[in-house]
Design a protein around this ligand. Structure first.
Ligand code: ADP
Ligand code: MG
Length: 264
């Protein structure tokens, strides 16, 4: 086995996600462009892994290949010990529903639904009863500070609030893999901080492996690990001091994420 696969999370678990040799090509006209060029990647439970790189470097393609959304042309993804791309599409869909949460730049909320319904619907789909879904959805919205906004629809909420609904929807089912693609890009600095701290808390409080791709250097200081990608290749991969918040954020809640719990 490759030495990287012996990485152990702080909680003692093996990596939540291991990818080896990921290649993805897209056909444009007569030529193929190689967007992922043999990418190796791991993410550990309880950590925020930040993938940084300029626009067009392959970040969204990587997250899609890691999460079962887009089949790579070559390579393997072992997610929670399962060889993801060996499964048929319906089983991959089920894996995503059971284990993955997603947060996107554009929030991806249903315009007609209230905040509570946005979260409830996914829990019902996962198989929770109506009453359990409602209770878990309300708990998740409270955890992200939206207890006063449960009955608001997206048009009545700010960007920061909408993204918090998306986070509540993603964490309500206790996913072990949490994927965020540019989650703060549509937000101002202050709301961006709230969002990244919530992701950090998801990693620390229930051991999710958080994979966050961004081109926003302000987020780097919230990561346990920072990976730089450029032109489809990993340039460097470094561990930073356990996700501590930078000093200039001290007017907000301290990132005492290790002891904080967002879930009863
Ligand atoms: P990033 O998220 O870092 O901005 P992407 O992964 O979205 O980068 O895209 C990387 C490159 O792949 C870009 O040049 C983009 O134009 C190209 N690309 C992405 N998706 C497709 C597609 N479906 N068809 C053709 N080219 C694509
Ligand atoms: Mg992108």
């Amino acid at each position: 086995m490759n030495s990287q696969t012996s990485l152990i999370a702080p909680c003692g678990l093996p990596p939540a996600l291991i990818a080896r040799g990921l290649v993805k090509r897209f056909k444009t006209g007569r030529t193929h462009i190689e967007v992922l060029k043999s990418v190796d990647f791991e993410a550990l439970h309880g950590e925020v892994t930040m993938v940084m790189g300029p626009s067009g470097s392959g970040k969204s393609t990587l997250i899609a290949a890691l999460s079962g959304l887009l089949k790579p042309d070559c390579g393997q993804v072992s997610a929670m010990g399962e060889d993801l791309w060996s499964y048929r599409p319906s089983k991959i869909d089920r894996f995503r529903l059971d284990h993955c949460g997603f947060i996107f730049q554009g929030f991806n909320l249903f315009p007609a639904l209230t905040a509570l319904q946005q979260v409830e619907i996914i829990l019902k789909y996962k198989g929770f009863s109506r009453s359990d879904a409602r209770e878990k959805a309300a708990t998740a919205l409270t955890e992200v500070g939206l207890e006063m906004r449960m009955n608001s629809r997206p048009a009545e909420m700010s960007g920061g609030e909408k993204q918090r609904v998306a986070i509540a929807r993603a964490i309500a089912k206790d996913p072990q893999l949490l994927f965020a693609d540019e989650p703060t890009s549509a937000l101002d600095g202050e709301n961006g901080q709230v969002v990244i701290k919530l992701l950090q808390r998801a990693a620390k409080s229930f051991g999710a492996a958080v994979i966050c791709v961004t081109h926003d250097p302000r987020l780097e200081s919230y990561a346990d690990r920072v990976i730089h990608i450029e032109d489809g290749r990993i340039l460097d991969d470094r561990r930073v001091s356990t996700g501590a918040a930078p000093a200039d954020h001290s007017h907000n809640q301290p990132a005492s994420a290790h002891s904080e719990r967002i879930r009863a």
